[in-house]
Design a protein around this ligand. Sequence first.
Ligand SMILES: [Zn+2]
Length: 318
Amino acid sequence: MLSSSLLMIICFYGATVQNVDGWGAVGHSLVASLAQSQLTAEASQWVKSLVPWYLSGNLTAVATWADSILYPDTNPFDHPNWQWSRQLHYLNTPSWVCSYDPSRDCINDICIEGALRNYSKRVIDANFDDIQHKEALMFLVHYAGDVHQPLHVGFQTDLGGNSIKGYFMNQTFQTNLHSLWDSGLISIRLSRDYGSNITSYYEHIYSLMLEQGSTSNNEDFIQWIQESLKHVCQQIYLDESNMIMNASVNFTLGNIYYERNIGIIEQRLAQGGRRLGTLLNRLAADRLTISSRCDKLCSNMNKLITMLICILARTLMS
Ligand SMILES: [Zn+2]
């Protein structure tokens, strides 16, 4: 007989669960590197104090931490303890509704939008300790990437494209729509046009980010989500004959789909990087304000205590 806990584990992994990897290692690294390139001196110092010391402040190295903790192959012993964070990598809407409603799609803040709000606060909240600040930063870096992958804001019925399966570029193995957007399209672009050289590809996305200018330089999480949803509703589900893909038929996609969508992916990577950088800069500045407010409060408290001691001493001496 199977023990109940073993049965639970089998049920958990046997069930169709939403893939939460987001951009995959390349996409997340690009977003984190772009963000890092935008940091002010204070923000760089602050970030350096939060990432593990041996990484010398490198945000890229922690960009996929939030995924790696979830899976037995990357976190064999401890992954069950992190499953609570699984739902924070995405949100789902009803099919073809095409707008985000927090009361329907993010109940009790358990979704990517709630996570972005929550960890933006926690990362500079003086009530939390250093470990909690580090954890909040690593979640924030990851979720800011995920939310710009449009299918992390996808439809509930097909699990953000995970259950729409098919074949891409004559490859013999089956993939799914979500995975194509996480990494399949990016990996074709990287090998085809950049000789698999991530640094050259980064330079391309970096120049896209600069071209976008300050219009994409905002911290409106709901707007980020609406933009992703727009791509989901207008573009992502259309196959090469402009038919809407669904889970009941396997897709066959190739160059037409790739050419039509790779530009959107690169735009989203560039926006994600720019916005994460802006967010971290603002948080670093707010953090300084909070600590200077605390310093002021402490010095006022010190003055008050000194005054009280003086009054007491004078009373005793008189
Ligand atoms: Zn993720």
